[in-house]
Design a protein around this ligand. Structure first.
Ligand SMILES: [Zn+2]
Length: 80
């Protein structure tokens, strides 16, 4: 009976370690996938539909534009 109990304990410890290992692996993987698109995030110009990086994009509220000219063009269209 003692040997069986020891075997159960060993299996439980092994399972716990496996779960910890798996969770760690998943967290690292999630971090990598989360940080990668942040660098090369593309946003669409609301005026011409061109895709530009979020660094280059001109923002107006929740809309993004490829240039300040297109931002101004859309504002002009809305007012007229
Ligand atoms: Zn544009």
């Amino acid at each position: 009976m003692g040997l069986l109990r020891l075997l159960v304990i060993v299996v439980v410890i092994w399972l716990a370690l496996s779960v910890i290992k798996w969770l760690r692996h998943r967290v690292i993987k999630e971090r990598n996938t989360r940080s990668a698109p942040e660098v090369t995030r593309m946003v669409r110009c609301a005026y011409c539909g061109l895709y530009v990086t979020s660094d280059e994009a001109v923002r107006a509220g929740d809309q993004t534009f490829c240039s300040s000219e297109h931002k101004a063009s859309l504002n002009r269209n809305h007012s007229s």
